[in-house]
Design a protein around this ligand. Structure first.
Ligand code: BTN
Length: 243
């Protein structure tokens, strides 16, 4: 993968949104510092310059059939990558990776339309050498260093992660449903009680599985819901309960 490194950007996702025409498919934009890193649902992604801050551009290679699974595929790739160093990583559908219940990675996928579909931008933020997080996330974030007590060379990790993405991508295109099986094996949510804001109402229920189309299957008052990642906000999860 072609990796372009910037010392400083407001946000690698925003940069690619503005410049995607200038770059070929499978370009990765990496920033050492980000001043306006963005997360899902308008949240900020705090930068301490000790993270992987990366956005991958997908253009011709992505077909509309695979779009809603591409975030799940990315979470799979990051999970495989982190599992080389840690043995207790879980995926919190649709876009976070957790270690011992704390967030180590967030993924923000954005699409660009200009009359027709143009591109996908997959933003990945992974806490690598961070040791001290600011107050709002202090108790809910972790890093590779905090978990393993080692310091990592970020450039080497970026090369490993992007190679893994590129190597696994053809298989994903051939059989996208495989990524939902992977999610189900490593999900932080299955059998957990969750509460989601969905179409203006609160759905409280138990997570059954990640369905083949990438939606989250929740059972609430004996009714099945298939939640789409773009439409829901997780309000809370409770410890594991019996189904
Ligand atoms: C989330 O936690 O909701 C998603 C966080 C995604 C953060 C990454 S960092 C690189 C890329 N650029 C951004 O502005 N956001 C993503």
């Amino acid at each position: 993968m072609n990796i372009i490194v910037f010392d400083n950007l407001p946000s690698t996702n925003t940069y690619l949104k503005e410049h995607y025409r200038e770059y070929p498919d499978f370009t990765a934009i990496r920033a050492i510092h980000q001043t306006e890193g963005r997360g899902r649902l308008g949240r900020v992604f705090i930068d301490d310059s000790k993270q992987i801050l990366l956005s991958i551009l997908l253009k011709e290679s992505i077909s509309p059939n695979h779009m809603n699974l591409v975030t799940l595929f990315t979470a799979q790739v990051v999970h495989e990558f982190l599992s080389e160093y840690l043995d207790n990583v879980l995926i919190k559908w649709p876009n976070d990776l957790l270690v011992n219940g704390k967030k180590i990675c967030g993924i923000l996928t954005e699409s660009i339309y200009s009359e027709k579909f143009e591109a996908y931008i997959i933003g990945i933020g992974i806490n690598i050498n961070s040791t001290d997080f600011p107050e709002p996330i202090r108790d809910i974030a972790t890093s590779l260093k905090l978990e393993t007590h080692q310091t990592y060379e970020i450039e080497m990790l970026v090369n490993k992660l992007t190679s893994r993405f590129e190597q696994s991508y053809p298989l994903f295109l051939k059989n996208p449903v495989l990524t939902t099986s992977y999610q189900n094996l490593h999900s932080a949510l299955i059998n957990h009680s969750v509460s989601y804001q969905y179409e203006g109402k609160i759905i409280e229920g138990t997570v059954i599985e990640i369905a083949e189309n990438g939606t989250l299957h929740v059972l609430s008052n004996q009714k099945d819901y298939y939640l789409n990642s773009g439409e829901v906000m997780l309000i809370k999860t409770k410890a594991s309960i019996e189904r």
